[in-house]
Design a protein around this ligand. Structure first.
Ligand SMILES: Nc1ncnc2c1ncn2[C@@H]1O[C@H](COP(=O)(O)OP(=O)(O)O)[C@@H](O)[C@H]1O
Ligand SMILES: [Mg+2]
Length: 662
């Protein structure tokens, strides 16, 4: 260790005495490394047309000419330029009185010019005429106080890692801006000043300004639209604001769950089918609960497994199946008993506390009779059947258990026989599995969906894979608090098992009016809102904090149009499919009928994938062209009220500008 407190002969000796500690401290401090030393670049090289700071190159452009007419947000191509840029805008308010004095003089000059031209019989210079009109108009506006007067400076610094990149990007910026009729020039020989002017310090060292009135200045406000474009993931649609692609990977978000809300026919299933088609290409497995046989066609085309769940089908599911997981960290039997309780409440309606207690005892003892206890080792044994529970209840020989047994009877003897009272005979082996429950009566669908969800949940946890579970028409489950709770519990635990739950519902109001519905929304990182009905919009707006504009968008949305929320980003999206994809996923009866009309041998030959006329849905997706009225941009260029901007700096204190970083 070197003792740094010793007096070195080359240190400044002036005034240093043994006891002047502050000076000593100062010289000591000089030898220390400060934060500035650490962050400062090794060198700054100032060339006449660029700067080199450390390993980075910079070039500043200033705007020398503006277009005569602009629309609102006309700078958006600059703001959303596809390269890092430092953009700064300086706004200097001007005293109207002085401007008016100047204007009066200029107006007088121009009128005199015109008059003398007329006298001499010359043709009037049209540019003087236009300038005069502009000046008169501005004079009027300023006098009325309708407009104020400003000077505006706009500078752009382009950073780059190499000189080639710098030249290339700067050229791109220049051509982007020149397409907006903005003339830019590099601040040659003033690169340092240019660079400093675009630092977020609020100092304008270039002072190259342009006169503007309030309206024109307003149009320069850098509105940005949010984007939802990631480097990986799948395409969901096109951003309606800036035509960028909406691409993201739901598995990179906090959780992979999504909710899809919209009016019937709004394009919910279509959107989800599209997502599924694109996800399976990236190796995601998909499981769907399909109450409307909507996914059959698509399932066939991707060689998926389509399992029909009805009374006369051979498909059986035993709700008593256990996951046989030994390392999940959860009490598997306990979880199962909990979900069975939920199921029985959906089947039998509300249970009183004593009935619930009896049922609990009966379930535990039914498992015990098969040798199954909370010990995971015993859980590989054959699980009990509904019949075993029924017998257990009968064997308990009291009034409560008798009544419970009676209520259960129809599932093992009566009309519902064969549905859930046998050993499971299916498995989820296919990467694309659809469970159809359309053949079940309406009031049985929640039960079936519950059993299926439980079955899927039990099965998929055995091996970890990237999966999406889709529950279409999820409002069936929301009808009963127990099934709704079960859905929410899956949403909450899905992340741990690499599962993304997609909940689709049209009954938005009902879904969101219960607490569990809101919880499911909160447990979903992705929310997709499609066309909403007027009845539901207020509730939706309240839950999703929609602005008036967004509400309007959802009310007037076309099929396949809506809002996407992924994490913090909001974008309005148009869902589009390729003609090939559309053919697989459309449920438009007209298109399907058109496909099956020619019952000629040609169709029989290609029974599986008949040749169809290409659908013409792309019309739906045509973005409306939205013309915007032009706004005048001061129109006073020829006036040149202030030929030397440096003067204005002396007279008018600049207000702190708003540096705009991109
Ligand atoms: N983005 C879209 N482009 C073209 N057609 C669409 C689009 N979204 C939905 N459709 C069509 O609109 C109809 C209703 O869509 P669907 O997804 O079944 O509605 P939902 O599930 O919301 O009730 C279907 O015929 C479907 O083919
Ligand atoms: Mg649907």
């Amino acid at each position: 260790m070197v003792n740094l407190s010793i007096k070195l002969p080359f240190l400044k000796q002036k005034g240093v005495t043994e006891n002047t500690t502050p000076v000593q401290a100062q010289s000591f401090a000089k030898g220390l490394v400060s934060v500035k030393d650490i962050i400062a670049p090794p060198a700054v090289e100032i060339e006449f047309d660029h700067l080199k700071i450390g390993n980075f190159y910079y070039r500043t452009l200033f705007v020398a000419g503006y277009p005569r007419f602009v629309t609102a947000n006309w700078l958006s191509p600059l703001v959303s330029f596809n390269h890092t840029l430092d953009v700064s805008m300086f706004i200097y308010p001007q005293e109207s009185r002085e401007i008016l004095d100047n204007l009066r003089r200029k107006v007088g000059e121009m009128e005199a010019t015109i008059q003398s031209d007329i006298k001499r019989g010359k043709v009037i210079d049209p540019s003087v005429q236009v300038a005069l009109e502009d000046a008169l108009e501005l004079q009027q506006q300023l006098t009325k106080g309708a407009e104020k007067f400003f000077q505006f400076g706009l500078y752009v610094t382009v950073p780059a890692e190499t000189l080639e990149e710098l030249n290339h990007t700067a050229k791109q910026v220049e051509s982007t801006l020149s397409s907006l009729m903005i003339i830019t020039k590099p601040s040659s020989l003033q690169m340092e000043e240019g660079f400093k002017s675009t630092l977020p310090m609020g100092t304008d060292k270039l002072l190259i300004t342009r006169n503007m009135d309030t309206t024109s200045l307003g149009t320069t406000f850098p509105f940005t639209t949010s984007e939802l474009t990631a480097n990986e993931g799948i395409l969901y649609g096109i951003n309606e604001h800036n035509d960028s692609l909406v691409i993201f990977d739901r598995f990179t978000l906090e959780n992979a769950n999504s909710v899809v809300f919209g009016k019937s026919g709004g394009g919910k299933s279509y959107l989800v089918k599209l997502e599924v088609l694109r996800s399976i290409m990236f190796g995601t497995e998909v499981i769907i609960i399909d109450p409307e046989n909507e996914y059959q066609e698509m399932c066939k085309s991707v060689n998926g497994e389509y399992i029909t769940f009805s009374f006369n089908s051979s498909t059986k599911i035993n709700p008593f199946d256990l996951s046989q997981l030994t390392n999940s960290g959860e009490n598997e039997l306990g979880q199962k008993i909990l979900s069975l309780h939920g199921l029985f409440k959906v089947i039998m309606g509300n249970l009183s506390p004593s009935e619930d207690a009896v049922l609990d005892r009966a379930i535990i003892s039914a498992y015990k009779q098969k040798g199954i206890t909370p010990d995971p080792k015993t859980q590989n044994l054959e699980p009990p059947l509904m019949e075993d529970l029924y017998k257990t209840l009968l064997g308990m020989e009291d009034a409560v258990s008798k009544s419970l047994a009676d209520r259960l009877e129809k599932f093992i003897k009566g009309s519902l026989v064969g549905l859930i009272n046998q050993k499971s005979n299916i498995d989820i082996k296919n990467a694309f599995t659809v469970f159809s429950i359309r053949d079940l009566a309406d009031e049985l669908r929640p039960i079936a969906m519950y059993i299926l969800l439980d079955f899927i949940w039990t099965k998929i946890r055995r091996d970890l894979k990237k999966r999406i579970l889709i529950v279409d028409e999820a409002w069936y489950l929301m009808r009963y608090p127990d099934s709704a709770n079960f859905l929410n519990s899956i949403a909450k635990r899905a992340r741990k098992y690499y599962l993304g739950l997609t909940t689709i519902t049209q009954d938005v109001e009902d879904f969101l009016s219960v607490e569990v519905g809101k919880a499911i929304v909160q447990n979903s990182s992705i929310q997709m809102l499609l066309k909403q009905s007027a009845a539901a919009i207020d509730r939706v707006a309240e839950i999703f904090y929609l602005s008036e504009g967004e509400k309007h968008l959802l009310l007037s949305a076309d099929v396949g149009e809506g809002l996407f929320f992924a994490g913090p980003a909001h974008v309005s999206v148009r869902v589009i499919a390729s003609p090939e994809e559309h053919r697989l996923i459309t449920t438009n009866p007209m298109e399907i009928a058109a496909r099956t009309v020619p019952k000629t041998p040609a169709v029989d030959r290609e029974n599986n994938l008949p040749i169809q006329p290409q659908p013409t849905t792309q019309q739906i997706n045509q973005a409306p062209i939205n013309p915007q009225p032009n706004m005048s941009l001061g129109n006073i260029a020829p006036l040149n009220l202030n030929p030397n901007p440096n003067q204005s700096q002396v007279v008018f204190q600049p207000i702190p500008p708003k540096p705009q970083d991109k």
